[in-house]
Every structure is written in C-alpha cells, then in structure tokens.
Design a protein around this ligand. Structure first.
Ligand code: NAD
Ligand code: UDP
Length: 324
C-alpha cells in the first residue's frame, strides 16, 4: 500500500494529474489551480454537461492536454506515469442528471472503476468527487460523515445518489483490497464562475434570472435549506486532502445554512435591488435541509471555508462578467 506522506500540490515537485470532468465547473478550476502550481494536467471530458469554453481556457498551455472521451467506456490515456487520477466526471445538477439517468449511473459506476484501474496500473493516487447527496433527505442535522443517509433508492434523484454511494463503496474496496491510495470528498452545494448558465441549479438560475430582470423561481415555499460553498474554498480543501493520508470520506462545504428565501435576499443585497419571486412546484424528493458537519475537515486538513455567501456571489458575478 502506498501509505507514505504526500507533499501538497503547492509544494511538491511537478506532478502529472489526470482529471475526468475537466470541462465542468469544478474540474476547470482544478485544472487552473494545478497548472498555476506547475503541474501537468490531462483533462478528459465528453461534454455531456460541460462546456467547450472551459477547455478552451487551457488549450495551448504547454502542460495541458485534453482527451475527449466518455470515461464510462474507458479512459484512453497512454502517456507517461500518472501521479493522480481525479474522478470529477458526472452530471451534477438535478435537471442534468435526471435528463441522463443511465449515463449518470454509468459514470458513477464504470467511470469510477475505470479511474481506479488506471490509478492502480500507474501506482497513482485516486481522488473521488462524491456528494452531500449520499445523505439524501437527511434525518441527522448537520450531517457528519458517520451518518449513513436517507436515500430513496428508486426515486428520480437515485441515479445520482446511488451512483455516488456505489462510487464510494468501490473506492473503499480498491483501497482496502488492492492498496490504491484513495481519497473521497463529499461536496456540498458549490458555486462560482464558469457554471453553465442553463445548468438549472439554484444559484445559476437566480443569478441569471436576476440579470435578465425576471422573477426568481423559488421551488415550494422556499423554506428548504442549503449551505453554499464558494469554489475557491472547495479547491483549497481538495488540495489539502491530496496531501493528507486520510482515506475515509471528508465533507467539504460551508456550514452556514440558508433557506431559498434567504438566498433571494442575499442576491438582492449583492445586486442592490429588490427581486420579485415566482413560486414553482417543489421537485420530487427535494431534500428539506442540508448542512455539513466539517469537524473532520477542520481537524485533518486544518481547513475552514473563508468566503461567505455575499462575497462569493459578488466574485462570481465579477469573474463571469470579466470572462464574457
Ligand atoms: P459539471 O456538470 O459542471 O461538470 C461535470 C463534468 O463531467 C462535465 O464537464 C461533463 O461533461 C463531464 N462528464 C460527465 N459524464 C462524463 C463521462 N461519462 N465521461 C467524460 N466526462 C463526463 O458539474 P460540477 O459541478 O463541476 O461537478 C463536478 C463533480 O463534483 C461531479 O462529480 C459532481 O457530482 C461533484 N459535485 C459537485 C457539486 C457542486 O455543487 N458543484 C456538489 C456535489 C458534488
Ligand atoms: N431551487 C429553487 N429554484 C430554482 C432551482 C432550485 O428554489 O430555480 C431549489 C431546489 O428545489 C432545492 C435547492 O434550490 O431545494 C437547491 O437546488 P440545486 O438544484 O441547486 O441543488 P440540490 O437540490 O442538488 O442541492
């Protein structure tokens, strides 16, 4: 087993890192961070929910290569030895994964196994992007990693939730039985620049509706809660976990919890204008509450989120505007 200390990406010698889902929101921020730190990055994506513009940002960079492929069918990488395989490929917004339920299950199952096999063959670390959705509609609040969750196994969200639960299970199995040096994070709602404007997630919907002068679509009565994390905090947590020899899942999220009506108020404050609200039907199995217990991340990674919601929304608006 490769359980020897690993230096952080900020201080290590140049690494070769393969990232699946590199054209997505989170993946593109990881590519940027690792290239800036001097590492070589191989991005892999099939654009099922990503954006070509997120690849174009790095095309021509001497340490970036891109492979267009569906990782559920294999990862066609034949280059030099990898240090890390980071599996971030998966549709992530509820409208996307519900439009592609089979593909979502496949990328969580076969895609994860293909990543683990590649990591095993190269003696590389394997890093899994899991999700707070493994907790389903939680009965324990806030959610610690020890909570096993409350997931409807046949509901409309199950293609995503159960795929990630299986992905965690097979990652732990490769760690325990084949010695792969694995990491698992459970990401809570994360936002920031480069989200696809039509991804249907609440922050993208609200921000773009506000920019177009349309009413904000609040599903249900807006009393359901989420805890929103700015992308830079997530990327910092990921980088720290790569350097920590900790193989159990780690929650990465901002524990400050908002109702959807409070999120409307935050957008109003950032844009300094009042918004009208249009209530729509609450989607099936929509979790009522979500808040990470980040005790493990605080202890193991010495990590806490630094960017509060209104600051993050402001940064998102500025950075997306600068990229247009
Ligand atoms: P995203 O949809 O922006 O990015 C996912 C990327 O994966 C896309 O570019 C998509 O085209 C690619 N992809 C999907 N299936 C693929 C396949 N079979 N082969 C190759 N590429 C494929 O989503 P995101 O928000 O960047 O999420 C990235 C990861 O983080 C996902 O695994 C998601 O489950 C996880 N996550 C994100 C959040 C969040 O709030 N953003 C929360 C929890 C978990
Ligand atoms: N939501 C909303 N209006 C929208 C989109 C989403 O009120 O236009 C709600 C949704 O019902 C959920 C919360 O916002 O309660 C977060 O939804 P999102 O799709 O962003 O993430 P997830 O449900 O996966 O946490």
């Amino acid at each position: 087993m490769t359980d020897t200390p690993v230096p952080s990406t900020a201080t290590s010698a140049p690494l070769r890192i393969l990232i699946t889902g590199s054209a997505g929101f989170v993946g593109s921020h990881l590519v940027e961070r690792f290239l800036n730190e001097g590492h070589s990055v191989i991005g892999v994506d099939n654009y099922i929910s990503g954006q070509v513009s997120n690849t174009d940002l790095f095309v021509g960079h001497p340490r970036f290569t891109f492979i267009e492929a569906d990782v559920s069918h294999g990862i066609p990488y034949e280059g030099e030895t990898l240090d890390w395989v980071m599996h971030f490929a998966s549709p992530a917004s509820p409208p996307h994964y519900q439009q592609f339920p089979v593909e979502t299950l496949m990328v969580g199952a076969q895609g994860t196994q293909n990543g683990l096999e590649l990591a095993h063959a190269h003696g590389a670390g394997f890093f899994l992007a899991s999700t707070s959705e493994v907790y389903g509609d939680p009965h324990v609040h806030p959610q610690p990693e020890t909570y096993w969750g409350n997931v409807n196994p046949i509901g409309v969200r199950s293609c995503y939730d159960e795929a990630k639960r299986y992905a965690e299970a097979i990652t732990m199995a490769y760690h325990r039985s084949r010695g792969v040096n694995t990491r698992i994070i459970r990401i809570f709602n994360t936002y920031g620049p480069r989200m696809r404007p039509d991804d249907g997630r609440v922050i993208t919907n609200f921000v773009h509706q506000a920019m177009r002068g349309e009413p904000l679509t609040v599903y249900g009565d807006g009393s359901q809660t989420r805890s929103f994390q700015y992308i830079d905090d997530l990327v910092e947590g990921i980088s720290r976990l790569m350097a920590a020899l900790y193989h159990e899942p780690v929650n990465l999220g901002n524990p400050v919890e908002f109702t959807m009506l409070e999120l409307v108020e935050a957008i109003e404050d950032v844009l300094v204008r009042r918004m009208s609200v249009e209530h729509r039907e609450l989607p099936q199995d929509d979790p009522k509450q979500r808040q990470p217990d980040i005790t493990v991340a605080k202890c193991v990674l010495k990590w806490t989120p630094q960017i509060e919601l209104k600051t993050g929304l402001d940064l998102m608006l500025q950075r997306d505007a600068a990229n247009r």
